[in-house]
Every structure is written in C-alpha cells, then in structure tokens.
Design a protein around this ligand. Structure first.
Ligand SMILES: NC(=O)c1ccc[n+]([C@@H]2O[C@H](COP(=O)([O-])OP(=O)(O)OC[C@H]3O[C@@H](n4cnc5c(N)ncnc54)[C@H](OP(=O)(O)O)[C@@H]3O)[C@@H](O)[C@H]2O)c1
Length: 246
C-alpha cells in the first residue's frame, strides 16, 4: 500500500536534535528515513517515538564520513513510499581541545563528519530533488558564527557549513531547492551533557534567556525551514540560542 505522505531524510536521527526533528516532521505528515552511525538501539527508540506520531520510520546505518556509504543510503530510498521532499542533516560530533595541542586526527574527524559529511549528503540530495524541488536544512552552531576557544575544529566545520548553506541556496534555487541552516546554542542533548559540569554551569550563565535550549525547540525551527511554511526563505542561518548571538 502506498501512502501520500512525503519523505524526509534525517541524518543523525538516532539521538538529540535529530530525534526531536524526526518526531516533529512525523507530526507534520512526513514519513521519515533516519540515519545513524552505530547506535542501533537508539535508532529503534526513535522509530517508536515516530510511530507514536503516526509516521513510518526506516532506520539505516550510514556513516556520513564515507561518501560510498552516503550514496548507498540514498539508493535505499528508492524502494520507499513517498517523494523525497526534505533533507535534514543533524549528524555531528565535537572533539574539543586547544588548537596548539590538537592532533590532526581530532581536527580531521570533526571536519570530516560535520562538513564533508554534510557536503556528501547535499551533493546527492540536490541531484535527487532536481526535478521535484525540496528543502534542505543543515545544522550549524553558534560556534560557527563566532569561533570558540577549545573548538577550533568544530568552529571551522560549522563556519564551513554556513558558507555551504549560502552557496548551495544559490545553486539550488532554479530547481526549487531551498537550503537553510539552524545554528543552535547550547541544547540539552548527549553532546552538551558530555561537557564537564563546571563548564556547563559557566556557559549556561552566559545565556540571556538563562537556560539551555531543549531539542524540541530546535526541532520546531527545523520543521519550519524543512517544509513549505518557509517557502520564500533560502540561504539563511537561523540562530536558536536563547540570545547568545544577539
Ligand atoms: N547539543 C548542542 O548543544 C548543539 C549546539 C549547536 C549545534 N549542535 C549541532 O546539532 C547537531 C545535532 O547535535 P546533538 O546535540 O543532537 O548531537 P547528539 O545527541 O550527540 O547526536 C548526534 C547524532 O549524530 C549521529 N552521528 C554522529 N556521527 C555520525 C556519522 N559519522 N554518521 C552518521 N551519523 C552520525 C549520531 O548517531 P549515533 O547515535 O549512531 O552515534 C547521533 O544520531 C550536530 O550537528 C551538532 O553539531 C548541537
């Protein structure tokens, strides 16, 4: 049986912001394909949460650092119901440390996941959506708007995501493909909780709204940019940060 529901691909849907975006887009009427790196149990949990919103969920293990893995992931979409309408790229990692003592490996891991991985997905997504149009939402960060000490690798990767968003928006416009990014501040996910408690407390004290964000608060902005609600918006980087970049 085929469904009329459009399809949204979310890279990094197994946890955090990606999981919240999967639920939000399922509520908006989408079937979801969710990619994860290795955490199959978390992906299965996302599947249950999406099903509770009335959406179909297909979990796939795809390593976004590997362009062949990304291509294979897109090939597997062909057998699924629904037209690919939205692509959301929430896969991302941090490996913090001061640049003066940072290993090349740490720099490369973060840039390969956050920037190259995003490029591999966008490249194939733009080909897949060239006849139908669609919306792509990239995950930047406030660290990509203003570089952060201890995050040279991460800030560089997210600054790259911002420039990629603008370039791809101009390339995709003629085909009706909109490309935008959200730039969260501190958001309560595993990534934020992996920082030590003292750092979290110090950083939270700098947020004008006085608290970290919830993944659902980022997911609502992702839904807006990933659907026709934002039909005349492209090439924008929307900060969702409790006022940090104000
Ligand atoms: N949380 C924050 O404070 C914050 C702030 C600003 C920006 N962001 C950005 O928002 C995005 C989501 O962050 P989050 O906090 O939700 O992170 P998270 O809770 O750590 O989840 C990361 C997700 O990315 C997936 N992933 C990581 N490496 C991957 C790879 N090589 N291939 C495929 N999937 C991969 C993980 O899969 P597995 O479950 O299999 O590991 C997981 O689903 C990231 O781009 C992050 O940089 C987060």
């Amino acid at each position: 049986m085929t469904t009329e529901r459009p399809l949204a691909l979310i890279a990094g849907a197994s946890r955090g912001i990606g999981r919240a975006a999967a639920q939000e887009l399922a509520r908006a009427g989408y079937n979801i394909v969710g990619w994860y790196r290795s955490n199959e149990a978390a992906s299965e949990e996302t599947a249950k949460l999406v099903a509770a919103q009335g959406g179909q969920y297909t979990g796939m293990q795809v390593d976004v650092r590997d362009e062949d893995s990304v291509r294979d992931g897109f090939k597997q979409l062909r057998g699924l119901d629904g037209t690919l309408s939205s692509v959301v790229i929430t896969s991302g990692i941090t490996k913090d440390g001061l640049a003066a003592t940072m290993s090349t490996e740490k720099f490369r891991d973060v840039v390969e996941t956050n920037l190259f991985g995003t490029f591999y997905i966008c490249r194939t997504a733009m080909r897949a959506m060239r006849k139908t149009g669609g919306a792509i939402v990239l995950l930047s960060s406030t660290s990509g708007i203003s570089g952060q000490p201890g995050q040279a690798n991460y800030s560089a990767s997210k600054g790259g995501v911002n420039a990629l968003t603008q370039a791809l928006a101009k390339e995709g416009a003629a085909a009706g493909i909109r490309v935008n990014a959200v730039a969260p501040g501190f958001t309560d996910t595993d990534m934020f909780r992996s920082m030590d408690a003292a750092a979290r407390q110090r950083l939270t004290a700098q947020i004008p709204l006085g608290r970290v964000g919830e993944p659902e608060e980022v997911a609502r902005a992702i839904r807006f940019l990933a659907t026709d609600e934002s039909s005349y918006i492209t090439g924008q980087i929307l900060a969702i940060d409790g006022g940090i970049t104000a």
